[in-house]
Write a protein that binds this ligand. Structure first.
Ligand code: UDP
Length: 403
């Protein structure tokens, strides 16, 4: 694993010195992150790198997960979908089940942090345990147009936090507590994003029997209806009428996402009549995701809703041309026709994919601009700084933190 000094060639020496300086002000404070899974999805992806680097900087940072069984995660997935504006049937029983499991966690979990940093709605009720310590709620979801019932329910808890953190200005809500806007980030030196030798890329393609004799169009995501894998297949089929290409739909599972198995089945059925569509169920392997992204000619993220879309940042960091939906945090990353192409429909996605496959020079330019944009805005070093300033802010009454 990379050390903080390894980031100097990418982020610059002064950036790393700043981080060390800010970290010094957090000496003696214990930061406790809590979420619902250690593997799968963007939140775990970020914490896996954020926690060790904060510790290396001298910030006493911990990471715990709440416990929950499948029925609980069925409910929290319904909340997640409803917050993203997807109609869901949520019964009184579902809310009760959420509270039963939350109460179990409230009783059994130790919330020992000076700052308890709660990620997403699953562990939100833990704030009922609040004592004299500080509590932050980090919302990774696009809540620009949430289901009112679920949002009202969550508000009962949100009001008890010191501050809330959202990824994009569009997601902020009218709240009586302080709000911060902090977009997520990727780690340029992680196995997911570091440079790879061509042999590794070739061997991963060989492992999954993906030929590289044609352009490869790829979407890598959890198998989730909101990632619209079926829409990607339909877009690919429109492209395929004009350009011979291969489609890779790759994804793994997350222990807090029970929808994966059903969606994977649906995708497999939809892809069954075309041998150029490769539906890959990936193990948790960052190197494989990295290799598939690097092997791709065009990367797609056709989400119907998206919190931020780390996969977009990962692809752009690899200077890949990306076609992604104009939703959630994606437009923060892609400036249309400058650092990628934004789409709003299956036909729009197909048109953009075709354009990129037909114009390699244009595609290359978008990819290069995309890499620069990620470098300037969405690397872990910026995120570390934002989080440490956030932690310091809870000890200040004013909106400005003076160091
Ligand atoms: N990911 C992965 N393996 C998979 C599918 C996704 O490692 O099979 C990673 C992906 O590279 C990204 C994260 O999981 O780092 C997904 O984050 P994103 O913000 O794109 O979506 P989320 O799953 O949080 O909705």
């Amino acid at each position: 694993m990379a050390n903080i000094k390894d980031y100097i060639p990418i982020a610059g020496e002064s950036t790393i010195e700043d981080l060390q300086l800010i970290a010094g002000h957090l000496k003696g404070k214990v930061i406790q992150n809590v979420n619902s899974t250690s593997l799968g999805g963007g939140v775990a992806e970020i914490l896996n790198r954020m926690v060790p680097l904060l510790r290396e900087l001298g910030v006493d940072t911990h990471w715990d997960q709440i416990k929950g069984e499948e029925a609980f995660f069925e409910v929290t997935k319904k909340f997640h979908n409803a917050l993203h504006g997807r109609p869901q049937e949520i019964s009184k029983r579902d809310f009760n089940l959420f509270m039963d499991i939350s109460n179990w966690n409230i009783k059994n979990m130790n919330t020992y942090g000076d700052i308890v940093f709660i990620h997403d709605p699953q562990p939100i009720a833990l704030v009922k345990k609040r004592k004299k310590n500080k509590w932050l709620w980090r919302c990774h979801v696009d809540v620009s147009n949430p289901d009112r019932r679920v949002w009202r329910f969550l508000m009962n808890f949100i009001l008890n936090y010191d501050s809330a953190v959202f990824s994009s200005p569009n997601f902020s809500r009218r709240l009586p507590i302080r709000q911060f806007l902090i977009p997520p980030s990727i780690d340029p030196l992680s196995d997911k994003n570091k440079e790879l030798p061509q042999e590794v890329i070739t061997s991963v393609l060989a492992k999954y029997n993906v030929p590289d004799d044609k352009p490869i169009v790829t979407q890598i995501s959890r198998f989730d209806p909101l990632k619209d894998p079926i829409g990607v297949i339909e877009a690919y089929k429109l492209v395929k009428k004009y350009i011979d290409c291969t489609l890779v739909l790759a994804g793994g599972t997350a222990s807090d996402d029970p929808e994966g198995v059903r969606v994977l089945e649906e995708v497999r059925k939809c892809a069954a009549d075309d041998k150029d569509i490769h539906v890959l169920l990936l193990p948790h392997s960052d190197i494989e995701v990295n290799a598939l992204q690097r092997a791709s000619t065009v990367i797609v993220q056709k989400s119907l809703r998206e919190g931020f879309g780390l996969t977009v940042a990962e692809a752009l960091w690899k200077a890949k041309p990306v076609v992604a939906s104009h939703t959630g945090g994606i437009p923060l990353q892609i400036k249309h026709k400058y650092s990628g192409l934004l789409c709003r429909s299956i036909e729009g996605a197909a048109f953009s994919i075709k354009q990129l496959l037909n114009s390699p020079r244009y595609a290359k330019r978008l990819g290069e601009n995309g890499r620069e944009h990620i470098k300037n805005n969405f690397l872990l070093t910026r995120h570390l700084r934002d989080y440490m300033l956030l932690f310091l802010s809870v000890y200040h009454k004013e909106d400005v933190v003076y160091l």
